[in-house]
Design a protein around this ligand. Structure first.
Ligand SMILES: [Zn+2]
Length: 122
């Protein structure tokens, strides 16, 4: 169960409620993953990256698959090395996300009827 910071409504989240879009904001292509409070429409963003970071996201997922295989084969040295790469790419993406989100300090708004996300000017 989640509680909305804004209106204190309680709601649960099905995977189908998580929205994933490619959007263009301020002339940049972004990948955004978010959900919306069903009561007040507050937008919660948990992934926000430039579209060009998709390559990093995909190679990180690929490394994770290799890591799980190395674990299964009990290859400790390889699994440690793969986890290190997985972890450092995660930190890189977190840095990128923090930087990109700082361009939208007032957050985002969601138009339920049109199913469009945009940013708040002020
Ligand atoms: Zn709310």
């Amino acid at each position: 169960m989640l509680v909305c910071d804004n209106c204190k409504a309680e709601f649960s989240l099905a995977p189908v409620d998580i929205l994933s879009n490619r959007v263009q904001l301020k002339g940049q292509d972004y990948i955004i993953r978010y959900f919306v409070c069903p009561k007040c429409n507050r937008v919660y963003v948990f992934l926000f990256l430039k579209f060009e970071d998709l390559g990093i996201i995909l190679s990180r997922e690929n490394i994770h698959t290799q890591y799980q295989m190395a674990l299964k084969c009990k290859n400790v040295a390889l699994s440690k090395r793969l986890f290190g790469r997985y972890d450092s790419l995660g930190k890189l993406l977190e840095d990128h996300m923090r930087k990109e989100l700082s361009n939208f300090p007032n957050g985002f708004v969601y138009d339920k009827a049109a199913k469009i996300i945009s940013y708040r000017e002020k």
